[in-house]
Design a binder for this molecule. Structure first.
Ligand SMILES: [Cu+2]
Length: 217
């Protein structure tokens, strides 16, 4: 389209190179219809393609929780956003949340590379925004409701976890790290962290037991 417009400009400059005055004062009905038609079809082609493409992406990928729900390797993480950090909870070896072997981390998300990671997200104070910029993941963390999303790290590496909602004076400090590990390294880390969690578990520390029963999609 840009090439077409540029081409037309070059032709126009060449064709009217001798003219001292504008050829017309707004054009004929026919030329106005042409301009309007071109503008309209450009809009429809460009924005229509964007609309159809993003609808498909939303339906098949971003909002398609069937992918993590059906994959037996899926890693489930509960995230609790608060001023000003990300607390993440893993179910541990028993596979159930809010039990003594839960692994809880601060600003430190670890996942195995190559498998779906299913996130359920809440906030305990104000609205925060869970963001993995490199993964095109953005999700509101809202007090009183559980939101969910999923992503998959294509390879091992480390990326930023950010808060995209201005959530108070120390909003800028609300960042963590997402690390995608090999399957073996992830399993070893979870096993060891779960063992330590069992040792450190305190029945009376009710503030530490913020986890919830995993919600169906
Ligand atoms: Cu925040």
């Amino acid at each position: 389209m840009a090439a077409l417009a540029l081409g037309w400009m070059v032709v126009a400059v060449w064709r009217f190179r001798g003219s001292k005055r504008a050829a017309s004062d707004g054009g004929t009905k026919r030329s106005r219809a042409w301009v309007l038609g071109l503008a309209l079809s450009t809009f429809l082609v460009v924005d229509g393609a964007l609309l159809v493409g993003s609808e498909g992406y939303l339906r098949d990928v971003l909002w398609n929780l069937d992918v993590p729900a059906k994959d037996p390797r899926t890693v489930r993480i509960e995230i609790n956003a608060h001023q000003w950090s990300w607390e993440a909870r893993y179910a541990g070896e028993d596979g159930r949340f809010n039990t003594p072997d839960d692994v809880v981390t601060w600003n430190d998300l670890r996942v195995p590379a190559g498998v779906p990671v299913w996130v359920q997200l809440v906030s305990t104070d104000v609205v925060h925004g869970f963001s993995l910029p490199n993964f095109r993941v953005k999700l509101d963390a809202i007090p009183g409701r559980v939101n969910q999303t999923w992503f998959r790290a294509a390879r091992e590496g480390a990326w930023e976890v950010a808060c995209y909602q201005h959530c108070g004076t120390s909003h800028y400090r609300m960042r963590g790290e997402l690390r995608a590990l090999s399957a073996e390294a992830y399993a070893a880390w979870l096993r060891e962290a779960g063992r330590q969690a069992v040792q450190a578990y305190d029945v009376d520390d009710s503030a530490a037991h913020w986890g919830w029963e995993w919600k169906a999609p």
